[in-house]
Design a protein around this ligand. Structure first.
Ligand code: TYM
Length: 334
């Protein structure tokens, strides 16, 4: 029996991943790589939709890959590679763009948010076609499951629509992918602004917990996290967004039920709770950080592992692309 295929990726858009990427995606990837045939990419072509200096982009790409490995993704078992190393991604994205409606792409909420933030002149066409490239990533690998945070759900719906459209026009070609989204941890919020999603590209750094940050800085940010005046450690997303977000993080990292954490801190103040959480987060991040920095000390070895994995990925992707070209009537090169 073949194992189900799993595909996911992250943008190398910062020097470090943040705790939302870790809890919303990486922790799931780590568990799911056992029962599935997994592909994990560092989506550097997607990151080109934001301004970057070339040397920084290279650096962020290696750092992202190092954090995958440090967090437990094993390059000998899962195929962990850099998107631009497999040209089929850009090629299939072009093909899929020819069956994507202009209005359909314009309805993507991430595009709408970003383009309204930047203004028309600063919004590039790549940002508009971003979800089409993401669909290409997923469909090239005949993916069954896509573990992501909740913000990617709409992009996966588009991917499914495109797969269905292609299959019905040109014949059965793509596997229909399904998102895997953990309900409670699908969205981790900014510690300073607990009603907006924590993001690598947040305007202020104060509410973002970075995987590679110094442990003291991480603890300090947790101690300063926004809470409320009630003083009781209790989950209530509506009335207590700050405390609830901290409880979700606590529970996700320890695997403990929310209720047991509430009981432990009953009658104690937020200070104690935050101190406990800081220990949990620092304890979780520390080995990952140490290992990631070790891997980054030997970039040649890291690049070698990524190269081997890219070859494995390309073997699968090229097969799908050849089938697509054929089905659409592109003349075969002899
Ligand atoms: P990116 O780099 O923004 O985020 C990577 C993953 O982290 C999740 N995530 C979060 N989860 C919970 N709480 C948060 N605050 C939070 N912030 C981010 C995201 O949902 C994502 O799973 N478009 C994708 C990258 C991509 C991709 C793909 C993913 C490109 N091609 C194919 C899956 C399959 C993105 O921007 O991820």
């Amino acid at each position: 029996m073949n194992k189900p295929r799993l595909y996911s990726g992250m943008q190398p858009s910062a020097d470090s991943l943040q705790i939302g990427n870790y809890i919303g995606a990486l922790m799931q990837w780590r568990t799911l790589q056992d029962e599935n045939e997994a592909f994990f990419s560092v989506v550097d072509l997607h990151a080109l939709t934001q301004p970057n200096s070339p040397s920084e982009l290279r650096q962020k790409t290696r750092r992202t890959a190092a954090q995958y490995i440090a967090a437990g993704i094993e390059p000998s078992r899962s195929t962990l590679y850099v998107q631009s190393h497999v040209p089929a991604h850009a090629e299939l994205a072009w093909i899929l763009s020819t069956i994507t409606g202009f209005g359909e792409a314009g309805r993507m909420t991430q595009f709408k948010d970003k383009s309204s933030r930047y203004g028309a002149d600063a919004t590039n066409v790549g940002l508009f076609t971003y979800p089409v490239l993401m669909a290409a990533d997923i469909l090239l690998y005949q993916t069954d499951l896509v573990p992501v945070g909740d913000d990617q759900k709409q992009h996966i719906e588009l991917t499914r629509d495109l797969a269905e459209r292609f299959n019905s026009r040109f014949g059965e070609t793509f596997t229909m992918p399904r998102p895997v989204i953990q309900k409670e941890t699908a969205r981790i919020y900014d510690l300073q602004n607990p009603t907006s999603k924590m993001s690598k590209s947040a305007e202020s750094d104060a509410g973002v917990l970075w995987l590679l940050d110094d442990p003291k800085a991480t603890a300090k940010k947790i101690m300063r996290a926004v809470t409320d005046d009630e003083g009781s450690v209790r989950y209530d997303r509506e009335a207590k967004p700050g405390v609830s977000n901290l409880l979700v993080i606590y529970s996700a990292l320890t695997g403990r039920e929310m209720g047991s954490i509430e009981d432990e801190y009953a009658g104690r103040g937020y200070g104690d709770f935050k101190k406990g959480l800081a220990e949990v987060v620092v304890g979780e991040f520390e080995p990952v950080r140490t290992r990631a920095l070790e891997l980054l000390d030997d970039p040649a070895e890291l690049d070698r592992a990524l190269g081997v994995n890219a070859e494995r990925a390309a073997a699968v992707a090229d097969r799908t692309l050849a089938d697509v070209y054929d089905k659409m009537g592109l003349l075969r090169r002899v």
